[in-house]
Design a protein around this ligand. Structure first.
Ligand SMILES: NC(=O)c1ccc[n+]([C@@H]2O[C@H](COP(=O)([O-])OP(=O)(O)OC[C@H]3O[C@@H](n4cnc5c(N)ncnc54)[C@H](OP(=O)(O)O)[C@@H]3O)[C@@H](O)[C@H]2O)c1
Length: 320
């Protein structure tokens, strides 16, 4: 059995410190599969309900609308500033390679700069091309964070997504390697705990962002989860989101139902505002009963529910 953490100091306002000194809010609202027309309204609502972290991607086709939602919210809420909100986007596989990456960053700039000035985090969405192109993209991204005043787009931090240990090692061993990824965004939930990869990331000071923490809905009727909901009196949504926070993840949940946005965010307790809190300074805690955590402790489980059920972290150059 793994070491189970039953309680963690965390609130709605908590942020984790990234390895480059920037701060990232622990609760993120993701806009995967949100139609462009709806994204603006959803992002506005997420910010109104208290989220301060929005996760988008070029692939989602709704970055511009997500940025517009942030801009509108800031216009209507003068007590919140741009620096209080964290915006992430991700480059597609087509943008792997040095020149392609620069081209896509220019396109991102066209979509978002007039609305939100800068991007907090750009991720390589997946490792699924080849070594040369992955490293070429990283070379370009490194240049953006190192020369934020180059005129194209200010990018504060860079990271990866769906990278396995081999992809991270490839980066660390490359002779052009200068900037460490701040996060690795991964499918993570009780059925996919990825213990080895997590341990490796902790060793290298790379935070884990958990996507599909609600299993994209696939496990919401799992008999074991339903039994836990019944025995503990805690809703299955709260159980899954709290499980994720208790692992120390930055948790990215998504819903297109306006009323569920607050429900998901309110899993975290209220805390203090207007302070750069890190996890050691926040007041309020997230906890789950030990028997619930024991039931969800599946160290050997490896159920990939997204990406066509083929684990992108295990991608080898030449695979489909
Ligand atoms: N880097 C990557 O490769 C990658 C891949 C996938 C996702 N992501 C990021 O992670 C975010 C979240 O992941 P995800 O969208 O895959 O899955 P998720 O958040 O695990 O699950 C979303 C599903 O759960 C349902 N849901 C949400 N809140 C609910 C609630 N309170 N009660 C009942 N059902 C609820 C949603 O339905 P309704 O909409 O009907 O509420 C939707 O079907 C994405 O939006 C994206 O930003 C990244």
């Amino acid at each position: 059995m793994s070491n189970l953490t039953t309680s963690i100091q965390l609130t709605k306002q908590s942020k984790y410190k990234l390895n480059n000194g920037q701060y990232i809010p622990v609760a993120g609202y993701g806009v995967y599969l949100c139609s462009a027309e709806k994204t603006r309204q959803l992002v506005y609502q997420a910010l109104k309900d208290g989220y301060r972290h929005i996760d988008s991607a070029v692939y989602y086709g709704n970055e511009k609308e997500a940025a517009q939602g942030i801009q509108e919210f800031l216009k209507d809420h003068k007590d919140v500033q741009r620096k209080d909100i964290f915006f992430t986007t991700k480059i597609t596989n087509e943008a792997h390679g040095y020149d392609n990456c620069k081209k896509q960053i220019e396109e991102i700039a066209k979509d978002v700069k007039e609305h939100i000035d800068y991007v907090d985090l750009v991720l390589i969405h997946s490792p699924k091309t080849d070594k040369e192109r992955r490293l070429g993209a990283w070379k370009a991204l490194q240049e953006y964070v190192q020369n934020p005043n180059n005129g194209t787009l200010i990018i504060k931090s860079i990271g990866v997504s769906n990278y396995g240990i081999a992809h991270l090692e490839e980066l660390f061993n490359w002779d052009g390697y200068l900037v460490k990824p701040v996060v690795n965004q991964l499918e993570l939930h009780p059925w996919l705990p990825r213990l080895k990869l997590r341990e490796y990331m902790v060793k290298h000071d790379i935070l884990a962002e958990a996507y599909s923490p609600l299993t994209q809905g696939y496990k919401l009727n799992d008999p074991e989860l339903l039994a836990l909901e019944k025995s503990s009196g805690i809703s299955k949504i709260e159980i899954l989101l709290k499980w994720s926070y208790l692992q120390g993840y930055i948790v990215l949940a998504k819903t297109e139902k306006l009323e569920r946005i607050a429900q998901n965010f309110n899993v975290l307790p209220d805390g203090q505002r207007d302070e750069e809190l890190d996890e050691t300074k926040s007041f309020g805690k997230v906890d789950l009963p030990l028997d619930v955590l024991e039931a969800l402790d599946k160290p050997d489980s490896h159920e990939v529910l997204t990406w066509g059920n083929v684990d992108p972290t295990e991608y080898k150059d030449g695979d489909n």
